[in-house]
Write a protein that binds this ligand. Sequence first.
Ligand code: ADP
Ligand code: MG
Length: 362
Amino acid sequence: MTTTTKEALPITVQNVTKTYGPVHALDDVSLEVRSGEFLTLLGPSGSGKTTLLMVLAGFTRPDCGSLKFGDREVIRTPPHLRDVGMTFQSYALFPHMTVAGNVGYPLRLRKLPKAEIAERVEKALETVQLGGFGERRIDQLSGGQRQRVAVARAIVFEPQILLMDEPLSALDKKLRDQMQIELRHLHEQLGMTTVYVTHDQREALTMSDRIAVVNNGRIMQLATPRDLYERPANRFVADFIGDSTFLPVKKRGDHVYYGDTALMHDAPPPEAKELMLMIRPERIVLTDDGPREGSNNFEATATNVVYQGDSFLLQAKLPDGGEIALRGATRGAQLSSMPSVGDRVMLSVAPEDTVLIDGTGA
Ligand code: ADP
Ligand code: MG
């Protein structure tokens, strides 16, 4: 498929709320998706991701709020007039139709001439690397191929906006990893404004320009993958993305203390009732030669050591009973110096890896 010449439309969601009885599926959501951006909604099951996508597609009418594609208010526009392509959480393919029948469906709805339908269907199939598969039956395809058919059907009418709801969740890990890269390439090739849904944090980090972390129908943080991981806004985001240790800390005067030890940190602490020190396990250094100058040092006792192939996981107890986790490389000397349970260990965290966050979670 040729790159679309239409300008990719930005999406503006303002104060959208959708309730189902007592459930706030969406709770006053505001969000801007930039022109041509790949934005991911990431959140646990039941957090409102599908509901938001259905609002964008026009299948769900929110209780209130505004939705614009470019300058155009579309909240009252029916789905087929929104110029939006969508893949659903289940493939939602028609099993009795051929591949070409499925992909051409949106074009037949739009009553395009037969010859043009055939041409566009083949182009869309080539885009998802299924050229020549048109006459196959859906039940003769693998999971990955079915997913490609669903994507071909979503892009066949060259929509300006593409919505994808957990398209890869049914695939095994290898294929999922491969399809993540493929879908990202497809996005670069077609340039559509894309909203992608997943509950898989690694998938979100791999694919997205920006990620909106969703919980209980609200957006907890909207940021680039790097900012989300490095500077999570609160405990929920820090917990949901990557692994981390949280230690309670207190602000006294100009310093932040863990117990009686003043911490070295780069960024100022946030205003929060409950302040936490967040440490990523791979940012902790195991030092053999005592405390490191210019770093935060923690003495601890190894409680669990697990060899995991590409890395090892060390869990340790701090003198005050707090738990801390470290991930170490299984490379050369580091593997041979892997501690054993019961060992006293010295853990060192550089100031720039010391993240102070709002520990309340929301
Ligand atoms: P997600 O896609 O993040 O798993 P959903 O958007 O599907 O979450 O659901 C958000 C919340 O809204 C859930 O509590 C869900 O049970 C509820 N919900 C979604 N759709 C309906 C519906 N049609 N009727 C009643 N409750 C619904
Ligand atoms: Mg869902």
